[in-house]
Write a protein that binds this ligand. Sequence first.
Ligand SMILES: Cc1cc2nc3c(=O)[nH]c(=O)nc-3n(C[C@H](O)[C@H](O)[C@H](O)COP(=O)(O)OP(=O)(O)OC[C@H]3O[C@@H](n4cnc5c(N)ncnc54)[C@H](O)[C@@H]3O)c2cc1C
Length: 558
Amino acid sequence: MSDTTKQTATPNKVDAVVVGAGFAGLYMLHLLRDKLNLNVATMEAADAVGGVWYWNRYPGARCDIASHHYSYSFSKELQQEWQWPEKFPAQPDILLYLEHVADRFDLKRDIQFNTRVETAVFDEEDQRWIVTTEKGETYSAKYFIPATGVLSDVNIPPIKGQDSFKGEILVTGRWPKDGVDFTGKRVGIIGTGATAVQAIPVIAEEAAHLTVFQRTPYFAVPLQNEVMTEAEDQKIKASYDQLRKDARDSFAGVTLCEPRPSALADSPEERKAHYESCYKEGSFNLWLGSYEDLLFDQEANETAAEFIREKIRERVTDREIAEMLCPREGVSYGTKRQPCETGYFEAYNRDNVTLVDIHKSPIEEITPEGLRTTDEIYELDYLIYATGFDAFTGSLFKMNVTGRNGLTLKEHWSDGPRTYLGLSMTGFPNLFNITGPQSPSAFYNFPLGIETHCDWIADCISYMNENGLATIDADPAAEEAWLAHTVELADASLFPQASSWYMGANIPGKPRVFMVYLGGGKAYQEAIDREAADKYPSYTFVRGDTEQMRVGTWALSS
Ligand SMILES: Cc1cc2nc3c(=O)[nH]c(=O)nc-3n(C[C@H](O)[C@H](O)[C@H](O)COP(=O)(O)OP(=O)(O)OC[C@H]3O[C@@H](n4cnc5c(N)ncnc54)[C@H](O)[C@@H]3O)c2cc1C
């Protein structure tokens, strides 16, 4: 149990505290303030909106979901007026879009930038959350809504000697606002996951030399990005209603190829032709749109894995390097997040790119001049950490969240996350998660998943305020049952076998549990809709004095 937090004089009393100003925080603020007429304080650690797209400005940063899917659907006017320049949006365009959304809905006036939330403690006496910022300000809020992001807490593995480096260390998830000029420079990059796969071909074109330190090769597949033509833009805008409906009815919140039932049921020729067409479609089509048994049956999976290995061998001219880039036989395809690439494998055909296998020759230390592995010394001007995130739990734990009876979230989740519907945790009343663990989260198009959660939360808050309810808390049995359900779904798949960030495996000491609900977007939507339609039977409400609350009158379901 933790000590209760430091508290400053008189807390600012608000209806809700929202933390974060990415896709989730912006929409949550809009709903609570403009639809429910609540008094909302929103805190953001950065000096501007954007979340992931504010922090991840590394060269080549881009979304792997098509722009017309990876955007808000709540405003038809917004959908019609915004013009995406490319089929898959680049980081600067998504940031512009979120800036536009913040201005269009006048959100910035209620966001405190440069403000990091340090603690959030549930006060049993007042039945309210006491939220403290690093500046020492304190807020008392009925509702506490972290919109702190699944991939926002960067993972910087400690490497011996890193403070001695005379060059500059860069972190992809905290990229300098003014960019970095690599012209004529010797650059090293640690990591070859989804971020590095985007950055490597772009940096290779600029740097004098790029050394890639690879521990694990990935099954990366072409994104197939294109310029968005005027005709394509008009076509999308004319069919947005259907497009969104199809996306919401799909597994991953984005329309992909229709998967065939079994990779093993097709002949090798049929299978190859089908894989080829999915590969040409790009994005997540091969991963989530090729065969239904791909992520459940090892033998089926191996057919796709070998198809991608063959593509790598075709694209990389040096046979030894090609083999270094191929995940070994027996390593499943897609049980780690599938990187989408543009010219990634061809980057290794360049004279100024070196691939180093740090699984075979581990990094020993960073020196003032560069990096030393067990085999060699690499002199560098820049060293880039593309080493991912403490996903799902990192940013929540960093807020030192403490619920009823002094129980911290870290303690509650000591064996891995446990939630009801991915939205609530027993003993943490009036706290709502957005796209957190045990929701479709990282297996769903985020902006739509965020809207689904924010709509549900706003609806629930509206219900509580209309009915004079002080607190809502998930029943322990409901939390237990949801945990068991999510584990059962994951265990039927190949995912738990992989050492992935979905499993917490990239962070030493983190419990190894699969953190995503795998039942698909539609089944999930039905589950949360049922809970709301039945008036929240798996929750306990406490009635209370709501005098100080302005009562919201707007219900999404009405
Ligand atoms: C490089 C990259 C590529 C991605 N590509 C895709 C993709 O192709 N498709 C897809 O669907 N998703 C993708 N994602 C996932 C992405 O996380 C979501 O799409 C989405 O942007 C999440 O929005 P969010 O508002 O929930 O969180 P975020 O965008 O992470 O925003 C959270 C905000 O909370 C702030 N914050 C955190 N802790 C605190 C605190 N204690 N106090 C104050 N502020 C705090 C952070 O500064 C941040 O601004 C990608 C993520 C990354 C990193």
